[in-house]
Structure formats: C-alpha cells, structure tokens
Design a protein around this ligand. Structure first.
Ligand SMILES: C/C=C/C(=O)SCCNC(=O)CCNC(=O)[C@H](O)C(C)(C)COP(=O)(O)OP(=O)(O)OC[C@H]1O[C@@H](n2cnc3c(N)ncnc32)[C@H](O)[C@@H]1OP(=O)(O)O
Length: 725
C-alpha cells in the first residue's frame, strides 16, 4: 500500500463466479476516499468480467466497516481535500453503480457495520451477518448525517419509526435484532459467513432468492399522512433535545423528502444537506471531540514506551460513602473482585447497601438480570481492617477530604499492601504529594479521581505526581478502559484539571449575583448555552458542604484570584445546604423539582454588604451573551494556566475534561476549542477590561496575554512547557 494512501480494497474471483471484494483499512476498515475509489474500480471490473456472476462485499479481519473515514471530514473542513461532487458517493457509486447493477451483490458483515459501512451494505441486494455484529447509523453524534443513502434505505428496510430511533439516538442494534427488523437477511456463524454470502449471491442470480433494491421498497413505509405526523413529532422532540444543533433537523428534511417525493429526490436532498452540514461549527466541534476522546490514552513519555499493563486481579476501596460505593459498583460491574473497607459495622453495612442499591436500580430498569445481580454482588467483600489487603493489586482511597486522615491511611497502606500494589486516592482537590508525605512509596501513588456518581459518570482523572511511575499510569489507563471510563492523565496540583476549571465558573456566577445579576437568569443563560444546568442549580445538587470544602482549598492555594463570596456559607448557617435539604438557591418539592425562592434576595444582600460590593447597573442588565462570556472566559483563563503549567499535556485533553467532567456541550468542541472559535484576542481583551474594573479575579494569565496579543490559538502546543508530566 502506498504510504500516502489510506486503505484499499482487494478483489478475488472464485471458480463459482463470485467476486469477493474485501475492504482493508485497519483498524476498523473505515471508508476513506481511497477505499471508496478502489471499491468503485473493483466493482466496475467485476461488472465487466464475464467470469463474474455476482459480488460479495466484506471487511478484513473480522470487521465489515466502521463507516466513512471521519478524518476525511476534517480534511474537507480544513480545505486540504476537495469535496467530491455532491452525491458522487451516494448516488453515482452506491446507487447507480452498485444497487442498479445487472449483477447482484451481498454484504457479508462481521463484527460491525456502522455509518457509511451499514449504508454500503444497504445498497447491496442482501445482508448476511455474524451473531452480535453491531449495526447502526451513528452519524448525528458526529454532527454529520447518514449521507451514503442511509436516510432513504433504513426507513425502507426497518420502517420509519425504528429508522428514526436508530438515526436520532445514534445507537446501534445487534445482528439478531437487525434480523428481526428486516435489516439483515440471515445471521450465521463467522466461519460460515463467506460461504453463505456467496451462495446467497448465486441464489439471487438464479432467482432462488429475491433481488431486492432497498431504495425501491415501499412495504415498510407508513401512509403519507401518518409518516408526516411521525416526522412532525420527531422534529418537535429534536428541537427540544438538541436546540443548538441544526444537523438533526436537516437530516429529518432529507428523510421527509424521500417519503414525500420519492427516493431519488430523497437521495438528492440527502446529498445536498450532507455536504452543507460538514461546515457547521457544531460538526467541527463534534469531530474534534471524537478524535480528542481517543487521544487521551496517548500520553507522551508514558504510553509510547512499550509498557504492558499489569493484571489487576483484586482491588480494595477505603470508604463506602457515595464515592467509594460508586467506585466499587463500577469495578464489580467490570468483574473486578473488590474489598470495601470501613471503620465500623454500621458504615460498612451502609456502604455495601449503597452498592446493592446501585445495582438494584439496574435490575428494576431491566438492564440487569437477577442472576447477574447476584453474581456481581458476590464480587464484593466487606472488611473492617487491613488484613485482607495483603494480596490486593490496587487500593483506591475514597474517604472525606481531610489531609491528615489521608496521610495516616497511606502510611498504613504501605505497611499492609504488597510492594507492587498501586496506591490511589480519589481526592478531588488535595495535592497528592501531601497525601503521600508519610510514605516511601511515592512512585506508586497516583490520583484516581472519579466523578459522582462514579458508576455512571464517564470521566476518570488520572493524576500523576513527579514521582508516579509510567507503569502505574499504564496500569490505571487499562483499568479505566476496562471499566469503560474516558481517562484523562493530568499533573498534580490543587484541584487538578477539572476542578480548577470548575472553580472560576461558580465563582464568576457568585460575583455577578453579588453585583446585582439575577441568579435564575444566569442559570437559564448557561443552560441555553448547553450546560446540563446552571451554576446555582449545580451548587444545590452537589451540596453546600462539598462546595465550601472545595472553595477552602482554592482560597488557601490561589488566594490572589479567588473571589470570596459569603452567599453559600450564609445559607449553610441557616440550614439551607442545597437539594438534599430541599432548600438552596432554589426550593425543591417532593419530586425534586426546582423553584426560584424570593427569600434568596435576603442572603445575597447580606453577602453583598459583607464583601462591600455594590450593585452595578451594567451587570444587572447583562445580555445572555455577556453572561456566558463573564462566566466562561474565567474558565478559559484557568484552563490556559492549567495548560501552560503542563498539568494537561494537550489542549484537547482539557476539552475532554471539560465535556466529561463539567458537562461542557460537546458540540462546542470543549473549552479550548470553543475559546479558539471565539479568538484569543477577544477573550484576552474582555478579561483585561474586566480585571481593570472588577479586580484580579478576571486578570488574564501570562499565557493568555501572550497568545491574545498575537491572536494566536490557545490550543497550539506549549513550547518548552514546564511540563509536570
Ligand atoms: C456518510 C457517512 C458518514 C459516516 O460513516 S461517519 C462515521 C460513522 N461511524 C462512526 O461513527 C463509528 C465511529 N467509531 C466508533 O464508534 C468506534 O471506533 C468503533 C465502534 C468502530 C470501534 O471502537 P473501539 O474498538 O473501542 O476502537 P476505537 O478506539 O474507538 O477506534 C480505534 C481507532 O480507529 C479509529 N476510528 C474508528 N472509527 C473510525 C472512522 N469511522 N474513521 C476514522 N477513524 C476511525 C479511531 O480514531 C481509533 O484510532 P486511534 O487508534 O488512532 O486512536
């Protein structure tokens, strides 16, 4: 293969007259332009050869195809590749050459057929699959649409309602379900896949099996009036669920055109819309996220040293509170035997009870069987001492944020655990060097910062000190993968990456409110921006106890840029501690529905007089855009510090940390990507102006000042970084 080309296809013609074309582009046989153009020429050759009666398309090494090569979209966006003529792939190649051919084709699907992969198979005249293969159109998740005919063929094969569900949720179905839906014609063991597909193709030639062009099918489509109602409902839902994104509605336009005006018009509309969506900002953001998420496991100097992850056979967790029990749940769900240690019987029972409740909720929802529940729970053992720690491979400490308590625990762990055992702390803010101060095991001390609830939230912040060994990081990355978390490896400091970015966000909100801005308008603007909730609603959810404990760490460590508001401590004094007490910035009813509270004014006014702040008429009347800038530019500023200090090695890691740790909207590409879409010059100038008016909380850091003065991108690599990694 030429080193400049990405993938290829090969064709072999058998004595039975079947040409087998194999897609080859490791690791997932993505459909690069090279693969697609090769496929076209192989296909043309097969059609022209007299010794070929039928064609089978398959993928190399147990995978049909993971879809169009996503980096191709990036090349078109950057202008490094010219986009082919609109409709060239979906109409000229897949419809007019492949589906309309006078020789039939069968797709032999092993492992997966996603996106363009499934669309290619739907243009064939039959599909045979191996058991368990994943079949789906996940394009919307990437900001694009199923643009290789998927908007037209899927509804015709599985019906409009199911097709909408698959396309709008981006969720794949397994081959067995695909078979019952009519998407797959037969499910056969892997060893029989090719022989069955070949025979099926010849059976079509001999008219023993039907010759079906999916795009021409109409039997699964509802009558026009009903179809319009279904699409209207889908549009309403989409507007509600994805108000800041255009591409899902554009995808529905393509679907509707096909149903109303026929498949040819539908394919043309799909091609037109498919080309338009590539240049949407939201699409650029989502594609950036796809590659950045996969990039977090590539840590220079760590994962490029050929280290093999050691097998972690048993894990111990210290502390069965909310975090400890969540972490235990995540681990046993991935088959790790776990010892949960507590200080007394009562706490231990409560901790095990929480794990049980986490699993029982799955049983109630039907996502876990009773047998699986019993089997999973049997992996958990309780303990009140360290005796059972003698053969554990990893310990995760998850007790309250108290430095001396943690120091004592780590000193004990060094005594009881084997030499190779990884000593991890789930601290969310405390410097790991301080935690390990009383041990000699600095090389195996690491942060494993989970987010609550730990068995649900996808991020795992792996915190590395200057002493943590590369092997320990590699081991933890492997555990992260096995428990299905997105890991981000960061350096050691107060708050690490996520909490350091989080902190200015809530602080900015407090600052604005003390100067007269309406907290409920702030929450509403931030939710419209795409965060799951605003900063005040979030403080209520997290609880004021946690908020104050975290704030204390920041006040101690970064006093020059900490805004000290008394709003939360004043409410806490009055036994308003957030959602758990049914009162915080909001009032909560029995169903936990939040309602604004007029009494809040009282606390704000008191806090204002304590801090000596005045109502600022300009800040009272902020537009939504200004609210977003004043709450998120301080986050960008802190992210820049984190990046410049080498706490994060890549700006893209901060994007992933912000998305999975803070709930930053993925379609904005993450905090640094979003900042660059606005421009460093503008962000710098705003922060600079605010810092002159309102003080050092807004002061742009040196990194932002330097890049802002040149208008340079914030996410460009840091040269000669004082990397802590
Ligand atoms: C009009 C048509 C449009 C389209 O078809 S758009 C594309 C639609 N397809 C998808 O959205 C599928 C995206 N890929 C995935 O969901 C997953 O991947 C898989 C389920 C296919 C495999 O998952 P796992 O086994 O966990 O591997 P991994 O780490 O996600 O990926 C392995 C490497 O494969 C690259 N990759 C995967 N899919 C594509 C693709 N479609 N185009 C380009 N690269 C792809 C990744 O980036 C990574 O690469 P590295 O090892 O260098 O990190």
């Amino acid at each position: 293969m030429d080193s400049r080309t990405k993938g290829k296809t090969v064709m072999e013609v058998g004595s039975d007259g079947v040409a087998v074309i194999t897609l080859i582009n490791p690791p997932v046989n993505s459909l690069s332009f090279d693969v697609l153009y090769n496929l076209k020429s192989n296909y043309e050759e097969a059609l022209s050869r007299n010794d070929v009666k039928a064609i089978v398309i398959t993928g190399a090494k147990g995978k049909f195809s993971g879809g169009f090569d996503i980096s191709g979209f990036g090349e078109i966006q950057k202008g490094t590749r010219k986009e082919p003529k609109v409709g060239y792939i979906s109409i000229d190649i897949l419809t007019d050459l492949l589906e309309a051919a006078r020789k039939p084709s069968v797709a032999a699907i092993d492992g997966l057929a996603l996106g363009g992969g499934l669309e290619l198979s739907m243009a064939c005249h039959a599909r045979i699959s191996t058991p368990g293969a994943q079949l789906g159109l996940p394009e919307l998740q990437l900001g694009v649409i199923p643009g290789f005919g998927g908007t037209q063929r899927l509804p015709r094969l599985v019906g409009l309602t199911k097709a909408l569900e698959m396309i709008l949720t981006s969720k794949p179905v397994r081959a067995e379900e695909g078979h019952s839906l009519g998407l797959i014609d037969a499910v056969v063991p892997s060893a029989e896949l090719l022989t069955t597909a070949r025979r099926w193709a010849l059976d079509i030639v001999e008219r023993r099996k039907p010759w079906i062009s999916s795009v021409l099918k109409t039997d699964k489509l509802p009558p026009l009036g009903e179809a319009r109602e279904i699409l209207k409902f889908a549009r309403g839902q989409t507007r509600k669920q994805a108000p800041n994104m255009k591409h899902p509605l554009m995808c529905l336009d393509a679907l509707e055109t096909g149903i109303v005006s026929g498949p040819r018009a539908g394919l043309e509309k799909e091609a037109e819309v498919g080309s338009q969506v590539i240049s949407l900002d939201t699409t650029k953001g989502l594609i950036h996220v796809f590659f950045s998420q996969r990039g977090t496991v590539k840590v220079p100097g760590v994962t490029d040293r050929g280290l093999i992850p050691r097998k972690i056979k048993k894990v111990a967790i210290i502390g069965g509170g909310l975090m400890g029990s969540g972490i235990a749940t995540a681990l046993i769900l991935s088959n790790y035997p776990v010892i949960l240690k507590e200080v007394n019987e009562k706490f231990l029972e409560a901790g095990i009870g929480r794990v049980k409740a986490n699993l029982q909720s799955r049983v109630r929802k039907g996502s876990m069987s009773k047998e699986k529940f019993e089997k999973t729970m049997s992996l958990l053992k309780g303990s009140l001492d360290y005796e059972s720690f003698r053969d554990v491979d990893m310990v995760i400490e998850a007790v309250i944020e108290n430095i001396s308590l943690k120091q004592q625990i780590f000193a004990d762990l060094e005594k009881y655990c084997p030499q190779h055992c990884i000593l991890a702390s789930n601290t969310s803010t405390i410097d790991l060097n301080k935690i390990g101060e009383r041990t000699k095991s600095q090389d195996r001390i690491v942060g494993a910062h989970f987010f609550s609830p730990a068995h649900v939230m996808p991020l795992l912040e792996i915190v590395r000190t200057n002493h943590t060994s590369a092997q320990v990081i590699v081991d933890l990355l492997d555990v992260g993968k096995k428990i299905k978390k997105t890991p981000v490896v960061v350096g050691n400091c107060t708050g690490f990456a996520v909490n350091r970015m989080f902190f200015p966000y809530t602080q900015a909100a407090m600052f604005l409110v003390e100067r007269g801005a309406d907290p409920y308008l702030i929450d509403s603007a931030v939710s419209k921006f795409g965060m799951p909730m605003g900063p005040f609603r979030l403080c209520d959810l997290v609880g004021f106890g946690v908020a104050i404990a975290t704030a204390t760490q920041f006040i101690e460590n970064f006093p020059e840029r900490t805004y000290k508001s008394m709003i939360i401590p004043l409410m806490q004094e009055d036994k308003r501690a957030g959602e758990a007490t049914r009162k915080g910035f909001y009032l909560y009813d029995d169903k936990r529905k939040a309602k604004p509270d007029p009494e809040l004014k009282k606390y704000i006014e008191k806090a204002r007089s304590m801090s000596g702040a005045n109502v600022d008429p300009k800040l009272v009347k902020l537009s939504e855009k200004e609210i977003i800038e004043m709450t998120f530019f301080p986050v960008v500023n802190e992210a820049c510090r984190v990046f410049a200090e080498g706490i994060a090695v890549k700006a893209a890691d901060l994007d992933i940390a912000a998305i999975f740790g803070m709930g930053f909207p993925p379609y904005r590409g993450g905090i640094m990507f979003w900042a660059d879409s606005i421009g460093s010059k503008y962000i710098y100038s705003r922060l600079d102006e605010w810092s002159k008016t309102y003080g050092d909380f807004f002061k742009p850091c040196a990194f932002l000042a330097e890049r802002g003065s040149k208008g340079a991108p914030l996410s460009a690599p840091v040269e000669q970084a004082r990397s802590r990694l």
